[in-house]
Design a protein around this ligand. Structure first.
Ligand code: PMT
Length: 222
């Protein structure tokens, strides 16, 4: 890991979960803590980049030198990312964006009168695909969080979302992925792959940033 690897580059990241309100007291979300994304933001600053971090609702201190924008829902995260992505040299999508959101948010607390209830959900915008296909030269790094078929699903997302690189991790297992201190990543790009072993998220972030910088510079000098 070298200090100047991303010198002069604008890096945009998103991190944490989103929160999709059902009514004034309830929401749909997931277990993302923001630890992986915040570690990446810090590693990008250390590598010399100008870093903008769009964060979902998390309890994390802002790494020094990082410009942070706090959002709640997938829609807000999409707006914050997409209004800045054209200026980004690199976009890293570590956020666990909720895939489906309620069609409408009840104005008042929903009463529990019926023994069953149905919620109608609609797909959220795919932020990463929107950035990757917007037509600017942004180098896009996605994440894949999987409970099974890690490699196959990650390679599928690399292709379908038109990404430059994807970092895949297991979720639903002990001490990796969501809310753990450590993690491991299998990183894929067109024509290559690398395993980044089990280690603290801070160290893993530095290793991933080195890989991103290498691929970014290769892409932009050929
Ligand atoms: O926050 P931590 O507790 O440290 O946990 C880290 C992490 C497990 C959340 C992180 O390492 C991770 O895997 N983040 C991606 C989680 C995810 O939503 O993966 P996915 O396979 O469902 O999505 C694939 C990619 O599409 C992701 O880059 C995601 O940001 C993006 N996406 C998904 C849905 C959507 N509507 N918009 C998106 O941009």
């Amino acid at each position: 890991f070298q200090t100047g690897e991303l010198a002069g580059l604008n890096v945009l990241l998103n991190a944490g979960p989103t929160r999709e309100n059902i009514d004034p007291v309830r929401y749909i979300s997931n277990h993302s803590s923001g630890k992986m994304g915040f570690a990446l933001a810090q590693a990008c600053v250390e590598a010399g980049a100008h870093v903008t971090l769009v964060a979902g609702p998390v309890y994390m201190p802002t790494p020094s030198g990082v410009e942070r924008i706090d959002v709640v829902s997938a829609r807000e995260m999409a707006d914050a990312v997409l209004s800045r992505s054209a200026q980004a040299d690199i976009f890293i999508a570590s956020a666990a964006v909720v895939d489906y959101t309620p069609v409408e948010i009840a104005e008042n607390k929903i009463k529990k009168n019926a023994s069953q209830m149905q919620l109608i959900l609609v797909k959220t915008i795919d932020i990463l695909t929107s950035v990757a296909t917007q037509g600017s030269a942004t180098f896009c790094v996605g994440f894949a969080a999987e409970t099974d078929n890690l490699e196959a699903y990650a390679k599928d997302k690399l292709e379908k979302k038109s990404l430059d690189m994807i970092a895949a991790n297991w979720i639903g297992r002990k001490n990796v992925g969501f809310n753990s201190e450590n993690n491991a990543l299998s990183v894929y790009w067109k024509g290559g792959e690398q395993e980044l072993g089990y280690m603290p998220k801070s160290e893993l972030a530095r290793e991933l940033v080195t890989l991103i910088a290498k691929r970014y510079h290769e892409k932009n000098t050929t």
